[in-house]
Ligand binder design. Sequence first.
Ligand code: G3H
Ligand code: 13P
Ligand code: ZN
Length: 332
Amino acid sequence: MVSYKDLGLVNTREMFKGAIKGGYAIPAFNFNNMEQMQAIVSACAETKSPVILQVSSGARKYANQTLLRYMAQGAVEYAKELGWEHPQICLHLDHGDTFELCKSCVDMGFSSVMIDGSHLPYEENIALTKRVVEYAHQFDVTVEGELGVLAGIEDEVSAEHHTYTRPEEVVDFVSRTGVDSLAISIGTSHGANKFTPEQCTRDENGHLVPPPLRFDILKEVEKRLPGFPIVLHGSSSVPQEYVDIINANGGKLKDAIGIPEDQLREAAKSAVCKINIDSDGRLAMTATIRKFFNEQPDKFDPRQYLGPAREELKKLYMHKIVNVLGSDGKAQ
Ligand code: G3H
Ligand code: 13P
Ligand code: ZN
């Protein structure tokens, strides 16, 4: 048993208190490798933003869970070395799907876990979530649950259609499970194709315009759970410039579209205090590397393309922190 407290990590409790009070959201960035971790930590150290480092079960398989945990411990030391006096870094399991997986993360030093029972029948979701909460809370590890299903297909997360969260269920779910935060479905989804062209309209330049998020559902949830931390998954904006660079350099991303940043900014000012971003980072890295390969075909040292990719990622994360989430300066 390893306690996250001995690794210098924090759970989400104080982070979310600050976010609710201050009208901002904590960034939850996924990581699978060293360059992503370095970019996240250096962006957060420079902006003094609290951060949630997220590990999916796919990431655990890809990178080895022991290594990831040591990387998170290393992230705290790296942050201090960069001059961030009191780093607020949470190591979080993203989309845990079984009690055993959540337990294993709690036991090996994660400070927060998500148990995603959103695809289960309601009562089964409650029973599974409650079991994880009872275990995790013994070690002061915070737990995120989910109600409502997000559409989208990724390695480990897939659903064909989304089902919006039903506000009439949230009080019962939160009180019966004891979760510390709740992920809801209001129209976001995972990946780089969040809407089909048929679901969108077009602006005067012919660019796709997605349907707006269901802020009415969010408001209804907030009314029923005042001051309770809400989480938004699937919150990448899919910057068109990255999609264009990828496609101009041999990529084939068709009809890629994300959530407009002004809507996320608005959400961050509400009870939404954790915003999950993974795909935008994938796009930033891929765009940089594709362009590099195309322009400099004689180069083969991975540092020559991973270095600029890491810089681009850092730029992206700083932009999200300062211009979208508003979490800069909240962890001195
Ligand atoms: O929500 C899912 C995250 O983007 C992680 O994706 O399962 O491909 O690692 P992944
Ligand atoms: P995106 O695919 O929109 O980046 O969402 C990531 C996410 O929700 C991770 O849990
Ligand atoms: Zn997610």
